[in-house]
Design a protein around this ligand. Structure first.
Ligand SMILES: NC(=O)c1ccc[n+]([C@@H]2O[C@H](COP(=O)([O-])OP(=O)(O)OC[C@H]3O[C@@H](n4cnc5c(N)ncnc54)[C@H](O)[C@@H]3O)[C@@H](O)[C@H]2O)c1
Length: 426
């Protein structure tokens, strides 16, 4: 094995992917943060709560690293939202773009880094376009709603690597130092021995419209995207992907298969379930139980619990590892939302291509696999949905409608409200 200082950029990316260690950068240990005072131009696609939060995070990250970070363009499906965010972020109205193709207008500007926080359906299209346009990307999770979308993101990440671009993701635990150190100690250094089993959960209260939406237009769907399988992926994908990502990270990759169930107990709007329970089989007898629910008045827990031969961890509570996975000159931010922006700028400035596209796409695909299993009542394998086109072509090519391109072309068909998948028949 080469010494860390001899690792090439490609080796660095491979080693990060191979071990599942997010942003661990043996290649740059000892490097210094050069470029203080440099200007970085950032654009935002998707100007809702998280998008505006990410933009503020990028500005704060600039202060932490000593860079002059400017938000120079905003884009949102609804132009008034792009303009409103622009006002808050000091972007002139002529650089605030609206409409379904607003992302194209933003990518034609001089932005260097693009923050993506739209509804998940649009991420593969936007990410691919941004990388082709030569932009660095921070993408919110999840990154797709179906298997072809996940593969498109993996391909975009590979293209980004070739073009020496940074792609970071909002799977925030991979940026959190406590999680990174615990992962290093437990999953890399094996401080607790062999992993036996675990459980992950995103059980919270109601986070959806409390009356039917009765959509008539594409705009109605975008306004209520959190309620539609085709736009959000269902809440197992949209929200619980955070915990699934931690499971994949600690288990060293995606599971072999999933068996799940779920249903809709109180949700009055859209076409999604409001609870899921999925058993993920990671091979070698390791199972992770995953549950998520969005129903008021019930037991809630958001977290992880992994049981090892010599102890257990919640993913962030292990004492220091023997070797820190954190580069010595990487500053620590006060929260993981800021840390992900610090990480993005840090690597863009270093000219180090970091590719988190594959990990977040695999976690999104793992969530999609659990959803498909619950909807159909079948055991579903990762091979069927992601890696073997011949194993089950129907699942491998499963493309939810309307697609992102339907919104660009004005060919959106409105899904039926309150029509939900029936296991055994779906
Ligand atoms: N990491 C986290 O902690 C975290 C927290 C919240 C949300 N998120 C993720 O961030 C994303 C956005 O969530 P949010 O809470 O900000 O939602 P939001 O509804 O507040 O904002 C989404 C914005 O994107 C816009 N939009 C939708 N489709 C678009 C398109 N095709 N082109 C341009 N703009 C489009 C909407 O008009 C809206 O303004 C989601 O993927 C969500 O899962 C992550």
């Amino acid at each position: 094995m080469k010494k860390p200082s001899e690792l090439s950029r490609r080796d660095f990316v491979r080693s990060a992917l191979g071990t599942g260690v997010a942003l661990s950068a043996p290649a740059i240990v000892g490097a210094t943060s050069k470029g203080q005072g440099k200007t970085f131009k950032v654009g935002l696609i998707g100007c809702g709560g998280r998008g505006r939060g990410a933009a503020v995070g990028a500005l704060e990250a600039g202060k932490i690293l000593g860079f002059d970070v400017r938000i120079v363009a905003t884009a949102d499906y609804f132009k008034d939202r792009a303009v409103k965010a622009g006002k808050q972020l000091n972007v002139p109205p002529e650089r605030c773009f609206g409409g379904p193709t607003c992302y194209q207008a933003l990518l034609e500007t001089d932005v260097q880094i693009v923050l993506m926080a739209t509804a998940p359906l649009f991420r593969p299209l936007h990410l691919e376009a941004a990388v082709k346009a030569g932009k660095h990307v921070f993408t919110e999770k999840p990154v797709a709603v179906d298997p072809p979308g996940c593969r498109r993101v993996i391909a975009a990440g590979e293209l980004a690597e070739k073009k020496e671009l940074v792609v970071t993701a909002g799977t925030e635990m991979r940026h959190d130092w406590k999680y990174r150190k615990t992962h290093q100690a437990v999953a890399v250094e094996k401080a607790l021995g062999r992993l036996y089993a675990g459980r992950i959960s995103f059980c919270t209260g109601h986070m959806f419209w409390s009356r039917p939406i009765e959509p008539k237009t594409a705009d109605d769907l975008v306004r209520s995207w959190q309620n539609w399988i085709s736009l959000s992926g269902d809440h197992l994908v949209e929200q619980h992907v955070h915990n699934i990502d931690v499971a994949n990270w600690f288990c060293g990759g995606p599971p072999v298969s999933a068996v799940g169930f779920g249903g809709r107990s109180r949700r009055p709007a859209g076409d999604m379930y409001d609870f899921f329970s999925v058993d993920y089989d990671y091979g070698d007898g390791v199972h992770i139980h995953s549950m998520c629910r969005q129903v008021n008045g019930c037991w809630n827990w958001v977290g992880h619990d992994f049981v090892y031969e010599k102890g257990r961890t919640n993913g962030s509570d292990h004492p220091e590892p023997k070797k820190s996975p954190i580069p010595r000159d990487l500053p620590q931010a006060p929260s993981s939302h800021y840390q992900e922006q610090v990480d993005t700028l840090y690597y863009v400035n270093k000219g180090k291509a970091v590719n988190q596209a594959r990990a977040v796409a695999e976690s999104t695909a793992t969530a999609v696999m659990g959803r498909v299993s619950a909807y159909t009542g079948r055991q579903v394998s990762y091979k069927e949905i992601m890696t073997d086109p011949g194993a089950n072509p129907k699942l491998y090519n499963l493309t939810l409608k309307p697609t992102a391109e339907d919104f660009d072309k004005g060919t959106v068909e409105i899904p039926k409200e309150n029509s939900i998948p029936i296991p055994g028949r779906a």
